[in-house]
Design a protein around this ligand. Sequence first.
Ligand SMILES: [Zn+2]
Length: 358
Amino acid sequence: MPTLTMKLELMKPTRHKQAIYRQMTELNTRFANWLLGYEELARATSAHFRKFSDEKLPSAIVNQTIREVTSKKKNQKAKIFRRQWCVYNNQNFRIEHENGQYKVSFPTQEKRVGVPVVAKAHQLKRLELALSEGANIGTAMLHEKKGKWFVSVSFAFATPKPAETAKKMMGIDVGLDFLAVGSIGTHACFFSGREVAFHRRRHAARRKQLGKAKKLNAIRKSKGKEAQWMKEMNHLISRRLVDFAVANGVRTLRMEDLTGIRHSAKSKKEAGRNLHSWAHYQLQEFIAYKAAMAGIQVEYVKPDYTSQTCKCGHAEKANRKRHVFRCRTCGYQLHADLNAAINIAKAISGLSATKKAG
Ligand SMILES: [Zn+2]
């Protein structure tokens, strides 16, 4: 069952509400850190909160925090909680569509509050799907970031059945010059990386200037802005690719398993390219969950020889020169990334065992 987390911004909370949220998350985080060292954690109930403090915290929050800390401690994930938070389970947290707006509600120290959320365009479609398909809400975490308040809601989706008519195989090659090339039989779609490269160069040049002036804060900001822009781009591309897949009756979608590529860079140039590999992973992840939500199966293939192999079977590095694939044996020629996407669809080196779908 694919799960996904959506970070929804609460729409302009009043100063009063912000004060409540702050006080509540601050108290809860202190409680969570106290629980980490609490000897009776395994048997803790909401009544144990009294041993920690006389302040007020809804038992729904207390119970969920005990669960969170217990599970984090079991996985030895948390030494100390730094970010302030509190979590609701699906019995205490609601999300509803009302008068054309999405609204969330949850208990606080004062009373239960209902607040509209600012849903971005790409979130709207997912929210609509999640609520109409009866996705299971897991938990919702309330937290602050840069003066804004968010709830991060996790959803679990039942994978829809593939359409009867969906029978085709699609290969997607994710790269740098072309961000993505999708191939379904004789149909293909291309996403040029030109705009991204332009953006990247502009940000890099600006950071170089800022570096000379030792403006470290501004450098961090510029990096954050670039990452945010890339994320939105990846959402857009993955949406178009999956729409293209649905429109063309795709049943299974294949991508390269890029795990480990980072460690096998043979040259400095290759290593430099891999600096951006996080963006490729992100794009693949976005494609994978959007595909899963559309009832399309996702498979990962071994990336060996996908860009060097010709349809005649001949594989040689020299077959590829930048954008052009030209077979040294039979002379077959086409766009290099498209050739790779076709080979990915065929899984010429076999399916990957290290990365599984879902
Ligand atoms: Zn050939």
